[in-house]
Design a protein around this ligand. Structure first.
Ligand code: PLP
Length: 471
């Protein structure tokens, strides 16, 4: 690896202080070939440690992945033991104790609502499986409904990077080059209390308007052709921790039920405890037919994600072909299962969900106190330990910054400088102004009150300094 010492930020170039991997010298097909990446060496608790020894507080767990912090010995031990016992399982003929135990723990966490779990390696794979399972469900329903081939999802959403997941997602930048390859998916508006609700419009009226929009979407394509409506209970990267208004998902579910379509919840980012309950739907009075999970399932210790499938869907398959026509070489991977099982045990044994709720409450209060008054902070929103700050050019009109200024990216990169040393997750604004720039703060579930105070204090300084220099 070619390392270079850099002192200070160079204007217009994505470089922060410290050692960086020389962009032109790397053999990695990085996601940005011109970027000077920071070489990460270790992780201890909340801290990321670079090759030159510099420490950065990980206030977002990467992309809202880290839920136990880094260097957890119990998880490392569980993975190591599994790797030594049996690193791989061919799922054509075999299963493993860890896969069976993990799926049992996941299913039991739903109070009998879900009856099977399916383990894959990434959120995108989980979404692909969810899409295909919904289709297969209608083929095996009695009588079958083979005409159901379509999906309805939301304009402001992100469901993954593979072609099926990209098709149901609404992330324009990630989609646009691949549009000709994507299946045609109908999109409706997400529930956006900050930018979608009209001034003075009561919550109930906005929810009714969105339910009507969904109903119209069903009517437009022919309700009998729709497999499922797909949504994130809390919109993550695409809107920045946007929770739905009370009653929104109940209204959406009612529309789906009216038309006999399934409800798929993508809980890859907001699920597995991030929202303060293990499943985000527990706070929405709605149980999905299929649910995807990811990031906080294994907390970043292994690439692991999955599906939780409602009893009603499983029953149809059991009475039908008795097989889900889908499979990956590495599905149910023992090391992934071992990591996820241990992470979930720790979350339960240490009562971390109550810490998520308590520290989330403190984070919301402190962010509002320290950062909320800034003239370029338009909104602070979230739930549990899943919070976003949205930046605006004008607080009164909510006018976003032009997308090409990449304000969220610039703020998060500035945060990596030694004088702040804080890592947050950026989300860019969209060129159509529907989405503003935001940063996500999603620390580990075992974060302390002192950590929360430091995060709020440091972000206040960072935001203040950035806009003082920009404007
Ligand atoms: N769904 C949501 C809501 C996500 O946030 C993501 C990733 O950020 C995905 C799906 C895709 O997951 P992965 O990146 O693990 O494929």
């Amino acid at each position: 690896m070619v390392l270079r010492q850099v002192n200070g930020t160079r204007n217009g170039e994505k470089v922060v202080s410290g050692s960086v991997v020389e962009a032109g010298e790397s053999a990695v097909l990085h996601r940005d070939l011109g970027y000077h990446f920071l070489p990460l060496k270790e992780g201890h608790g909340n801290y990321l440690v670079l090759e030159d020894g510099r420490k950065i507080f990980d206030a977002s767990g990467g992309a809202a992945v880290g839920c136990l912090g880094w260097g957890n010995e119990r998880v490392a031990q569980a993975v190591t033991e599994q790797m030594l016992a049996m690193p791989y399982c061919s799922t054509v003929y075999y299963t493993t104790k860890v896969q069976e135990e993990l799926c049992r723990v996941l299913v039991d966490s739903t109070d009998g609502k879900m009856s099977r779990a399916y383990i894959v390696n990434s959120g995108s794979e989980a979404m692909e499986a969810a899409i295909k399972l919904a289709r297969q469900y209608f083929l095996e329903l009695s009588p079958p409904q083979p005409q159901r081939t379509r999906f309805i999802s939301r304009k402001q959403s992100y469901h993954g990077i593979t072609l099926g997941a990209l098709a149901v997602g609404g992330h324009k930048f990630r989609r646009e080059k691949f549009e000709p390859l994507l299946m045609d998916v109908t999109k409706v508006s997400a529930c956006n209390r900050y930018r979608g609700k009209r001034p003075g419009e009561p919550d109930e009226a906005y929810v009714a308007r969105l339910a009507e929009e969904l109903d119209q979407a069903f009517q437009a394509v022919g309700p009998e052709t729709v497999c499922a409506f797909v949504a994130e209970p809390i919109v993550g990267a695409a809107l920045g921790c946007m929770t739905a208004l009370p009653g929104y998902f109940e209204a959406m579910h009612a529309v789906c039920q009216k038309h006999g379509a399934l409800l798929i919840f993508d809980e890859v980012m907001c699920g597995m405890g991030r929202s303060g309950t293990l499943h985000a739907w527990e706070q929405e009075n709605v149980v999905p037919d299929i649910q995807t999970i990811g990031k906080c399932l294994g907390g970043g210790y292994q690439p692991v994600a999955g599906l939780l499938v409602n009893r009603s869907v499983v029953d149809v398959l059991e009475k039908g072909s008795s097989a889900f026509v889908h499979g990956h070489t590495y599905q149910g991977h023992p090391a992934g299962c071992a990591a996820a099982l241990e992470v979930q045990r720790i979350i339960q044994e240490e009562g971390l969900l109550s810490n998520v709720r308590a520290m989330g409450e403190l984070l919301s209060v402190r962010l509002r106190e320290r950062v909320g008054q800034h003239p370029n902070v338009g909104d602070i929103r979230g739930r549990g330990l899943f919070w976003a700050i949205e930046f605006v050019a004008n607080k009164d009109t909510k006018e976003p910054f032009p997308a090409h200024e990449h304000v969220a990216m610039a703020i998060s990169e500035r945060g990596l400088r030694p004088e702040y040393s804080i890592s947050v997750y950026p989300g860019s604004g969209s060129a159509d102004g529907i989405r503003g720039d935001h940063i996500i703060i999603s620390p580990a579930f075992n974060v302390s009150a002192d950590d929360i105070e430091w995060i709020a204090e440091t972000l206040a300084r960072l935001v203040e300094d950035y806009f003082a220099e920009l404007l």
